[in-house]
Design a protein around this ligand. Structure first.
Ligand code: NAG
Length: 584
C-alpha cells in the first residue's frame, strides 16, 4: 500500500496525512517503511543557499578581516555568526575563469575557460566563447534536486555561439531558472566619463607612423622620392575612414556591452549602473520572499566594486575612501538586507549563506581596494590576487565565531552545495573542490587541499602545498609577472598584469615561500635558508606532473577567435539603425 501511494504522491510525508488517515500503530509502521524507502532527504530538510560574490573586493576591505576605517557592520555581524576562512583561495585571479571554477568546482583549464591570449576574460557580449553547456554547475544540480534557482547580477561567462539570440551560454543553460543582471561585466564604458577599456587608439604605433611620415615628407621635399598626388590623397582618405570606423566602434561599445537582461529579454541597453545595486537587492529580496516555501538557491553576484566604481546617491560620500569605500558600504548594506530577509521569513536556520569575492582588489585602478598584508592584487597569483574573503553562516549547523586558517577554495562550494542538496557528485569528470561541511562543523581539523594549483590563464603559474603532517604552507612560483619596477607590485603600464611569455620572468628553481612564516611573500627561500628546499620543490614538481596528466585538452573558450567581437552575435534590443538603445 505504501509503495502504491508513494508512486502517486512521491515521498508523502505530509503532516495532515500522518495525523488523519491512519491509527497510531499503522502510522509508526508506515513511518518506518517510509524511512527506508525515502532515500532522498525530505524536501523540508534541504537547506536554501544564498551565495554572494562581490567583484574585485580585497580581503583587506572588510572590518572582520582587519579593516579599521571602512564600515561593514552587516558583513562583520554575519561573520561573527559563522565561520571566517582566512586562507580562502580563488581558483583564478580574473573574473571569467574564477567564476567558471566557482560554479563547476573545477580548475578553469578543465572547462577551457583559460586561454593563452590576452585578455583572459570576455570583453564583448558578442564573443562566441563561454562556459560550455556540457559543464555541470551547482545550480544545474540544485535545479534537478527540486530547487528554485536564480542568478541576480553579473554573469561574465558568455552569451551566444552562432546567432545573436541563441543564448547557448546564458545562465538558464547552466541551471538558473531566473536571471536578472548583466551577461558581461561592469566596464569603464558602462558609465559616462570613466574612460574606456576598449581603446584601439592607445595601441596604434604612433611613433613609427610619425617617423615614416616625416621621413617620406623629407625625401619628397629633397626630391629624392616623388610621390604622386593621388597616392597621398588616397592614403589620407583611407586613414580617415579607418579612424572614423574605430572611433565609431568605440562610441558604440557602451551600447554593445552594457546590457541589462531579465531572463532572455533586454531591459536596458545601455544600463544605468547607479541604482543597479538597489534594483538587484530588491530582486533578490523578492526572489527569497516568493520562494520561501520551497528550497531555493540564489547566486547574488554584485557588479560592485569593479571599475567603473559607483554607488547610489544614498551611499555617496559615506566613507573616508572615496567612491570605492561608498561602494563597499552599499554592498554591506545589501548583504544586510539578505540576512534580514532570511530572519524575517524565519529561514535563517535553514539557509547556508556564503560571501566571497571573485579575486583580490585591482591595484592598477585609481580607485581600488585593499588586499591587507597580502602582496599585489587582481590578475596575479600572489596572495593579494587570490586570497579572498570566505564567510559561511548557517546558524545551528555551522558554529559561530570560528576562524579556520586551512587552505580552502572557491571551488569547494560546488561539492558542498551538491551534497547538501541531496545529490552526489558527477563521476564522469574531475572535481577539484572538496565538501566544506566536515571542516566547518569541526569534524576534521585539516582541509583536503594538500595541493592547490594556481593558473594564470592557461599557464600553470604556481603551486601551494600544505603537507599532511605539518602546518607549513609552501608556495612555489614557476614564473612571476614583471611589475612596473623592482619595488612595485602593479602593472600600471598595461592596466593589468598579463601572463603571456613576454610579460613574465621564469624561475628555475622556482621561487619558494613558506606562507605560514611569510604570508606577505617578501623573501624567497633558498637552499641556504631552507635546508629542505630541494625535496620540497621536487614533491611539488611531482604533484604538478600528476595534475597535468589529469587535465584533458579541450577547446579554449578564451582563444583570440572566441574572444573577438562578432557582429552577428551582438545582442540588440532594437534595430541596428537605432543603435541598440532601449530603456524598458
Ligand atoms: C581599509 O580599506 C581602504 C579602502 O580599500 C584602504 O584604503 C585601507 O588601507 C584599509 N585599511 C586597512 C587597515 O586595511
Amino acid at each position: 500500500m505504501a509503495t502504491g501511494r508513494k508512486s502517486m504522491h512521491g515521498c508523502f510525508c505530509s503532516d495532515d496525512m500522518k495525523s488523519t488517515c491512519l491509527p497510531a500503530s499503522l502510522r509508526l509502521l508506515l513511518l518506518l517503511l517510509l524511512d527506508m524507502s525515502c532515500v532522498a532527504p525530505l524536501e523540508s530538510n534541504k537547506p536554501n543557499f544564498v551565495l554572494i560574490m562581490v567583484d574585485d573586493m580585497g580581503i583587506g576591505d572588510l572590518g572582520c578581516y582587519g579593516n579599521t576605517t571602512l564600515r561593514t557592520p552587516n558583513i562583520d555581524q554575519f561573520a561573527r555568526e559563522g565561520v571566517k576562512l582566512t586562507q580562502h583561495i580563488a581558483a583564478a585571479s580574473l573574473c571569467t575563469p574564477s567564476r567558471a571554477a566557482f560554479l563547476t568546482g573545477r580548475y578553469p583549464i578543465r572547462s577551457g575557460v583559460a586561454g593563452v591570449a590576452r585578455p583572459g576574460v570576455f570583453i564583448f557580449n558578442a564573443a562566441s566563447g563561454g562556459l560550455p553547456s556540457h559543464e555541470t554547475t551547482f545550480a544545474k544540480i540544485a535545479k534537478q534536486q527540486g530547487y528554485e534557482t536564480a542568478l541576480i547580477g553579473k554573469w561574465h561567462l558568455g552569451l551566444n555561439c552562432e546567432h545573436g539570440d541563441d543564448h547557448c551560454h546564458h545562465p538558464s543553460v547552466h541551471g538558473f531558472n531566473y536571471f536578472f543582471g548583466i551577461p558581461l561585466t561592469n566596464l569603464r564604458e558602462c558609465q559616462p566619463g570613466h574612460g574606456a577599456v576598449i581603446n584601439f587608439f592607445k595601441y596604434l604605433p604612433y611613433k613609427t607612423l610619425a617617423i615614416v611620415l616625416v621621413t617620406v615628407a623629407v625625401l619628397h621635399y629633397c626630391s629624392i622620392l616623388t610621390i604622386p598626388r593621388w597616392l597621398v590623397w588616397s592614403l589620407l582618405c583611407l586613414s580617415l575612414v579607418f579612424t572614423a570606423l574605430l572611433g565609431g566602434f568605440m562610441m558604440m561599445v557602451p551600447y554593445m556591452n552594457c546590457v541589462l537582461m531579465r531572463d532572455h529579454g533586454i531591459v536596458e541597453q545601455q544600463f544605468t549602473a547607479e541604482n543597479l545595486t538597489q534594483a538587484m537587492t530588491r530582486e533578490a529580496v523578492d526572489f527569497i520572499e516568493s520562494n520561501s516555501a520551497k528550497p531555493f538557491l540564489l547566486f547574488l553576484s554584485f557588479l560592485q566594486v569593479h571599475t567603473a566604481v559607483f554607488a547610489s546617491p544614498a551611499f555617496r560620500g559615506t566613507s573616508q575612501h572615496g567612491i570605492y569605500g561608498d561602494a563597499v558600504h552599499e554592498v554591506d548594506w545589501s548583504v544586510g538586507q539578505m540576512v534580514n530577509t532570511l530572519e524575517r521569513l524565519k529561514l535563517r536556520e535553514n539557509t547556508l549563506v556564503y560571501l566571497t569575492s571573485d579575486q583580490g582588489a585591482h591595484l592598477e585602478e585609481a580607485q581600488h581596494g585593499s588586499n591587507g598584508i597580502y602582496k599585489a592584487g587582481k590578475a596575479t597569483n600572489w596572495e593579494g590576487g587570490i586570497r579572498v574573503p570566505g564567510i559561511l553562516s548557517w546558524p545551528g549547523q555551522i558554529p559561530a565565531g570560528v576562524q579556520i586558517d586551512e587552505p580552502t577554495s572557491n571551488m569547494d562550494l560546488f561539492p558542498t552545495v551538491v551534497h547538501l542538496s541531496g545529490a552526489s557528485l558527477p563521476e564522469d569528470r574531475e572535481i577539484d573542490g572538496h565538501d566544506l561541511m566536515d571542516l566547518l562543523q569541526r569534524r576534521v581539523e585539516r582541509s583536503n587541499h594538500e595541493f592547490l594549483f594556481h593558473y594564470c590563464g592557461a599557464y600553470l603559474n604556481a603551486v601551494r602545498w600544505h603537507p599532511r603532517n605539518s602546518s607549513s604552507v609552501w608556495k612555489a612560483f614557476y614564473f612571476t609577472q614583471n611589475f612596473d619596477s623592482e619595488n612595485a607590485t602593479t602593472c600600471v603600464h598595461t592596466q593589468i598584469c598579463f601572463c603571456t611569455p613576454q610579460f613574465v620572468t621564469y624561475h628555475n628553481p622556482p621561487l619558494l615561500f613558506d606562507l605560514r612564516k611569510d604570508p606577505s611573500e617578501t623573501t624567497p627561500l633558498t637552499p641556504d635558508t631552507e635546508p629542505a628546499f630541494e625535496s620540497i620543490v621536487s614533491v611539488m614538481a611531482e604533484a604538478v606532473e600528476r595534475h597535468r596528466r589529469s587535465v584533458k585538452p579541450v577547446e579554449s573558450q578564451l582563444s583570440v577567435w572566441n574572444l573577438s567581437w562578432k557582429p552577428w552575435l551582438q545582442p540588440c534590443c532594437s534595430t541596428l539603425g537605432q543603435l541598440c538603445q532601449c530603456q524598458h
